[in-house]
Ligand binder design. Structure first.
Ligand code: NAD
Ligand code: TDX
Length: 335
């Protein structure tokens, strides 16, 4: 009988990583080790209810070379989600972004190189910079890198390291650049959960600037199904863009949240804009669809958003402990 694959998932206590772990347990036979530094962005409650014989959590940093080497030695493949992920934080204090996103990815690359281990690196569409609102173009795997924020610059750097280790050292690595995710277990610092939990608290949603900025929304389960497809069938050295044709501007997203939650659609506040705020992201995912046969299952953003609102309504115990400190930080910046 074939041995059950053993996966190392970095950053598995965060938003997308924890959903990936649940997805793996539900949809595959894999056993999973999560390596997570349990920063402010992690939530141990995101990993409750997982079977002890298939899952374990190791607390530690992807920058810890000895720890990473030992874990990689025991894994059949590594999926690398760990990162500092919030643009606004990267404008306040960029150091942890350089450390975790760049040095952490370097540390992992050295380990998978030593052990000949398959790696999938999770990245973002923000490495490509932004598009004009009326530009018919979308991001493709050949779009020039042009990051705007310390966060996106650190992710672009990590992608470049992965490409170099694949080409120069033959590391069996794939990369995916995904658009904005939404769904359960996303930190309340992020746009959609911040507004949903504000409305639950009777606080008006907060829109940066005029709010005409467009994001290309994808449900986190669709992202993770694509990651699994790439892990199984992707070609080492290749980059795949993940997106579900979900472009919408921030003002319209807030209006939809308000409407779904039974509030007047104009019941939001304009607050200070983000410095360097990217205008528009848009993903062309045709390579992933054509070559690997992936397709999104959440084709209605409205339905996915409605289900996400239900999740936050039903899991106040998950987000309540982090809500107040998150809002206090925004309040200091007039956001
Ligand atoms: P998140 O902030 O919710 O989770 C990140 C996790 O990484 C946390 O659990 C945190 O504790 C952990 N972590 C941070 N530093 C670490 C370190 N040094 N060592 C080990 N673990 C560490 O982020 P997310 O939204 O789930 O994003 C996950 C990945 O997906 C990131 O690489 C991000 O760049 C990428 N991504 C996110 C989106 C999105 O819309 N959220 C879109 C595209 C790509
Ligand atoms: O309160 C808010 N009001 C608001 O208008 C917040 C928190 C955000 N915004 C705007 C800024 C963006 O245009 O909403 C949009 C989405 O903001 P974020 O949730 O901070 O996401 P973004 O900056 O687009 O980055 C996200 O997608 C790409 C993730 O956080 C990244 O990790 C990922 O790489």
């Amino acid at each position: 009988t074939e041995a059950v694959p053993s996966l190392l998932v970095t950053g598995g206590a965060g938003f997308i990583g924890s959903n990936f772990v649940h997805w793996l347990i539900d949809h595959t036979a894999a056993s999973v080790t999560v390596l997570d530094a349990m920063t402010y962005a992690a939530n141990e409650a995101s990993l409750t209810g997982l079977p002890a014989d298939r899952f374990r959590l190791v607390r530690g940093s992807v920058c810890d070379a000895d720890l990473v080497d030992g874990l990689v030695a025991d894994a059949d493949a590594v999926v690398h989600f760990a990162a500092e992920s919030h643009n606004d934080n990267s404008l306040e204090d960029p150091y942890p972004f350089v450390d975790t996103n760049i040095v952490g990815t370097f540390t992992l690359l050295q380990a998978v190189r030593r052990h000949g281990t398959r790696l999938h690196h999770i990245s973002t569409d923000e490495v490509y910079g932004d598009l004009a609102l009326d530009d018919p173009a979308k991001f493709t795997p050949t779009t020039r890198y042009n990051p705007s924020s310390p966060y996106s610059a650190s992710k672009a750097s990590s992608d470049m390291l992965v490409r170099a280790w694949a080409r120069s050292f033959g590391v069996a690595a794939t990369i995916s650049n995904c658009s904005n995710n939404y769904g359960p277990r996303q930190h309340v610092e992020k746009f959609i959960p911040r507004q949903i939990t504000n409305v639950i608290d009777g606080v008006r949603p907060k829109l940066y600037g005029a709010g005409l900025n467009v994001r290309d929304w994808i449900h986190v389960d669709d992202h993770n199904a694509a990651v699994w497809t790439i892990l199984e069938h992707g070609v080492p050295g290749e980059t795949y863009l993940i997106g579900a044709d979900g472009e919408m501007n921030n003002r319209d997203v807030i209006a939809m949240i308000l409407e779904l939650m039974g509030e007047p659609v104009d019941g939001f506040d304009h607050v200070n804009d983000r410095p360097g705020h990217d205008l528009r992201y848009a993903i062309d995912s045709s390579k992933l669809r054509t070559e690997l046969g992936w397709e999104p299952r959440y084709t209605s953003f409205r339905d996915g958003l409605d289900a996400t609102i239900d999740w936050y309504r039903g899991h106040e115990d998950w987000w309540r402990p982090i809500k107040q400190a998150t809002e206090a930080k925004y309040a200091r910046k007039g956001q």
